[in-house]
Design a protein around this ligand. Structure first.
Ligand code: 5GP
Length: 199
C-alpha cells in the first residue's frame, strides 16, 4: 500500500516513555526511519557511530554548519548537536517516513524552519509534530523514582524541565498522553495511520 511520507517530530519530558514508543513504532512500521543526530561529544559506553549518533569532530561539524547542512542545531555544554537536512529529504523522496526525537527547543527550531519552506516542499507537506504527555506530574515523579537511575537532585532537575516542556505542549499539532503504554501506542499508531493514509 502506498502511503503519504511523513516527517514526524516527537518530544516528551524525560520519563514519559518516548524512546520505548519510538522503538515500538520502528519495529512495527518498516517504512519509518529514525533520524540520527550529529554530535561533537565523545561516544559514551556502548554507543556506536551511525547508530546512536554520527560522532563528528568540531571542525567537521563547523564545516557542515558553513555549508548550511543542518535543519537545526544547538550547542550544549561546549558540544554541538544537530539534525542534518539531507537524510530527511532522501527518506521522504523514497516514499518513507522520518521520525525525529528532539526536545521542545529543538522542535521549535525545526517548526520554524519547516514554516519557512514553500508549501510544495515534501518536508512541509509531511510535517507533523507530536508531544507525549505524562498522565500527571505526580505520576512522572513516581516513574522517575521507580526507574531508580537518577539521584534526587537529577529527578528534581528533570521535573523542573518537564514542567517547562509541558507548558509548551500547546505548540504541537497533536498531544498524546502516556497513561498506559499499550493504549498510548495504539493512539499513536491510529494517528500515524490516519495521517499517512493507511486506513
Ligand atoms: P546527550 O549528550 O545526553 O546524548 O544529549 C544531550 C542533549 O542534546 C539532550 O538534551 C538531547 O535532547 C540533545 N540533542 C540530541 N540530539 C540533538 C539534535 O539533533 N539537536 C538538538 N538541538 N539537540 C539534540
Amino acid at each position: 500500500m502506498k502511503t503519504k511520507p511523513l516527517f514526524i517530530v516527537m518530544s516528551a519530558p524525560s520519563g514519559c516513555g518516548k524512546s520505548t514508543l519510538i522503538d515500538m513504532l520502528l519495529q512495527e512500521y518498516h517504512d519509518i526511519v529514525y533520524s540520527i543526530s550529529c554530535t561533537t561529544r565523545a561516544p559514551r559506553g556502548e554507543e556506536e557511530d551511525g547508530l546512536d549518533y554520527h560522532f563528528l569532530s568540531k571542525e567537521r561539524f563547523e564545516e557542515l554548519l558553513k555549508e548550511d547542512a543542518f535543519l537545526e542545531y544547538a550547542k550544549v555544554h561546549d558540544n554541538y548537536y544537530g539534525t542534518l537536512k539531507a537524510p530527511i529529504v532522501e527518506v521522504l523522496a523514497e516514499g518513507n517516513t522520518m521520525i525525529l526525537d528532539i526536545d521542545v527547543q529543538g522542535a521549535a527550531k525545526v517548526r520554524e524552519y519547516v514554516r519557512s519552506l514553500p508549501n510544495t516542499d515534501p518536508l512541509k507537506i509531511g510535517y507533523v509534530d507530536i508531544f507525549i504527555n505524562p498522565p500527571s506530574l505526580e505520576e512522572l515523579r513516581e516513574r522517575l523514582e521507580r526507574r531508580g537511575t537518577d539521584s534526587l537532585e537529577v529527578i528534581e532537575k528533570r521535573m523542573r524541565n518537564a514542567e517547562g516542556e509541558i507548558a509548551r505542549a500547546g505548540e504541537y499539532m497533536f498531544q498524546v498522553t502516556n497513561d498506559d503504554l499499550a493504549i498510548c501506542y495504539k493512539r499513536l499508531c491510529d494517528l500515524i495511520d490516519a495521517l499517512s493514509g493507511r486506513m
